[in-house]
Design a protein around this ligand. Sequence first.
Ligand SMILES: C[S@@+](CC[C@H](N)C(=O)[O-])C[C@H]1O[C@@H](n2cnc3c(N)ncnc32)[C@H](O)[C@@H]1O
Length: 372
Amino acid sequence: MKLLIPCASGLEASVKRQLKELGYGDCPAIEGRISLTGDWEDVARLNVFLRSGERVLISLGSFQATTFDELFENVRKLPFEEFLSAHTLIRMDGKSSQSKLGAIKAAGGVAKKAIVERLKQKLGIRSLDERGERAIVGVSIFRDVATVTLDTSGDGLHKRGYRVKNWEAPLKETTAAAMVESSFYRAGKPFADLFCGSGTIPIEAALYALKIAPGAKRDFDFLHWKNTPKVMDGFKKQAEELRDRTTKLELFAGDVDPKAIELARFHARRAGVEEHIRFAVADMRNFTSKESYGILMSNPPYGERMGREEDLRPLYRDFGKVFRSLDKWSCYFLSGFPEAERCFGGKADKRRKLYNANLECGLFGFFGKKPE
Ligand SMILES: C[S@@+](CC[C@H](N)C(=O)[O-])C[C@H]1O[C@@H](n2cnc3c(N)ncnc32)[C@H](O)[C@@H]1O
């Protein structure tokens, strides 16, 4: 099967490295989707182990589609009956850019009609009751070429299952994991998130350092489709075996708001990493450490809801001062505050554009000295 892994803009490099580590070599990325070939075992492995991909899609086919008729006829040729049953609840998803079929909702409606026609004919049924398992069918049209996909993940892969309560401006788990993955963090190094909110960054750092598979405890849509072979048990077992149960991490998670700390602790408990994180209600200005070569990684406040510019400037200035008071630490932070880097002080060694909650952000890396 041809598999596609959509990635949030700016995370492709991290996902590609993760794929390499999982043994998939150098996979090409086209239009924000990484493509590879694989079987059901790969579908299971990727869903369980990938930390920063958005979801795992099976590509059923690509074809030119400049009219609704062309779309209908081509979708009807695709082998949906190999995956879907007479009871499948079909959900349509899609996007279109630089194409004649720009009305993606209407295109989705046409594609769904074609799928239903195909299933009626191939399964010998009169209608689809849609009371069963879910399948999200994607139609993405780019420059008049439509690609039709089946979403094996269902809920996005950022939904690990531990974060159940909302916090203002939380960071997506997949983005936090990519921040950790692309830093120099590894077990044994000091690590601190001074603006931890609901705890996403330190929790993802703990999952990463302890080799805990992010998808080991959750459900995926493809497991409920007809004809899916029993492939999951082996990977859940493998995930258990790979997990590091001997290392004790010493991560620090601070936030000035006691409710945030309560929530972050609750999420860490759900993720099974609470004992590895020291939580504290603390203003980041009071953070000190006697250790060297640590990592600060944070998502400080930004945007209208989280602070006015005149409050953010001194906050970032003080954050920069805290960083420079530490011995040979590195600092990575994600922020949508346009003056973040300037106020923090100095020039970032690494700078990348990312999106969080549809807001353009910068991911800044300030590197400390490397150990001798
Ligand atoms: C954008 S949110 C962090 C979201 C977090 N990454 C998450 O995934 O939930 C910023 C956080 O910084 C905290 N904060 C603001 N000023 C602070 C300060 N001076 N010291 C420590 N924390 C602060 C806020 O309470 C808020 O939880």
